[in-house]
Structure formats: structure tokens, C-alpha cells
Write a protein that binds this ligand. Sequence first.
Ligand SMILES: [Zn+2]
Length: 84
Amino acid sequence: MRNKKTEKIFVEVKVPIRSCVVCRGKAPKEELKKIPTDKQGGKGAYVHKGCIDAIKTKKVLHKIYKSNISDEIYDKIIEELRFD
Ligand SMILES: [Zn+2]
């Protein structure tokens, strides 16, 4: 037996879920930071606040931008994400 009322509430509180590019964990969009992705065709890449530092160590941006990213650019993006 389905509970219509519960179902309706669930739909109303539904929030967009995105995956973190570092740990692949899913979280509501508001809990993640958006990585600047002008080269990615507007698809959007998200990262947990706690995963920001791992962007560099895991070289996540290489995959996103499909090109070599210098340490300077990593540092710049990490800084932007931290203070945004
Ligand atoms: Zn994460």
C-alpha cells in the first residue's frame, strides 16, 4: 500500500543531487562547491568542501578539462573554491 501523502512530501523536499568529482559521493547541490568549468561545456563539476584539497593530489582537473593543468592553476582554483 502506497502512502500518497508521504510521497508528495518527498517530492516537495527533493533537491538536486550532484556527485563529488573527488570521492564520487552524492550530496545535495548546496552542500557542494561548483568547480569553475568554462572549458567543460557548462555541464558542471562539484566537489565537497572537505574534498577541495584532494582536487590537486588526485589530479581531478586533468580529467575534467581533458588537458594538463599546472600546479598554479590548481592552486588558483582551490583558492577560489575555498573563499567563494
Ligand atoms: Zn567528496
